[in-house]
Design a protein around this ligand. Structure first.
Ligand code: SF4
Ligand code: SF4
Length: 282
């Protein structure tokens, strides 16, 4: 199964517009929403959840006061999570396990915290996997790996389309590992260019064939030329340039991929980009 990841160096570049459109244009859809801190593809596609799995994202220490001999060794907790009465403040506990390690009488137990859920859902013509983390829970590479694993288990698909997280952190690295192609979405601003160069360094490091889409290219054609020059020098192909189109906001508000709006110039361009890209990877 070929794995295609759509990423961006930062949020707000139009990654979801591209991801939802590419997903819509795939005949047989096997999609993983790995933007785990802001999953939204499930809002764009009617879906029926067929499997739910708890996600254990952290642990908390619990002290058994009957076993505790008050030796105070666990007060070394660097997060200040253990009180002088030898009680754990769960809000401060980071689950590092040091207290369990130093306790001479095995009075400490580490308990799992369910910090989110991972879903497999049925959509028209395929499947969508995604995660929802609890408020305050941090997205981690582990949850991304779990979401991808769900999608990789689906049989009979030539492609897996992954909506990656923005940035270059560990969740992005977990989205990239093992991918065959990366499509990087950027915008014509200085920060867009800076973030693009950083994320392309990352895809180069992982030896992933990478392509660039410049979204809203016509809001700053000078910067667009700069991005094109940069990509040429760095050896990355520009897959296409999407024009600014106010219909895009309407499509996001209505939860409908932009390619389903007949009158959208952005949608028409994205269709063309997808067809060209699909030819390349066939
Ligand atoms: S698990 Fe770590 S953070 Fe939590 S109470 Fe023990 S030492 Fe402190
Ligand atoms: S290290 Fe163990 S025995 Fe010592 S105070 Fe902490 S919980 Fe009690």
């Amino acid at each position: 199964m070929k794995q295609i990841v759509i990423i961006s160096g930062k949020g707000g570049t139009g990654k979801t517009t591209i991801s939802s459109s590419f997903s819509e244009l795939l005949d047989k859809k096997n999609i993983a929403d790995c933007d785990v801190e802001a999953p939204n593809l499930h809002l764009m596609f009617e879906n029926e959840i067929i499997k739910t799995k708890e996600y254990i994202g952290s642990q908390t220490a619990i002290i058994d006061s009957d076993k505790c001999i008050k030796c105070e060794k666990c007060l070394e907790c660097r997060f200040g999570a253990i009180t002088s009465e030898i009680k754990v403040n769960p809000l401060k506990c980071e689950g590092c396990g040091l207290c369990k390690y130093v306790c001479p009488v095995d009075a400490v137990t580490m308990v799992d915290n369910i910090t989110g859920h991972i879903y497999s859902s049925k959509i028209k013509d395929g499947y969508l996997s995604y995660a929802k983390l609890n408020i305050g829970a941090e997205g981690a590479g582990k949850v991304v790996t779990e979401v991808r694993k769900n999608s990789l288990e689906n049989q009979g698909f030539e492609n897996l389309l992954i909506d990656g997280s923005p940035g270059i952190g560990c969740v992005v690295i977990a989205s990239l590992a093992g991918c065959d192609y990366a499509v990087v979405v950027t915008e014509p601003t200085q920060s867009g260019l800076d973030d693009l160069s950083r994320v392309l360094e990352l895809t180069k490091f992982f030896d992933i064939e990478s392509y660039v889409i410049i979204n809203k290219y016509d809001i700053n054609e000078e910067k667009t030329s700069e991005i094109i020059d940069y990509c040429k020098k760095a050896g990355f192909d520009i897959l296409g340039k999407v024009p600014f189109d106010s219909t895009v906001n309407k499509s996001i508000q209505n939860g409908i991929p932009i390619v389903n709006y007949e009158d959208s110039i952005a949608g028409a361009e994205i269709k063309k980009i997808w067809n060209d890209f699909y030819e390349k990877i066939k």
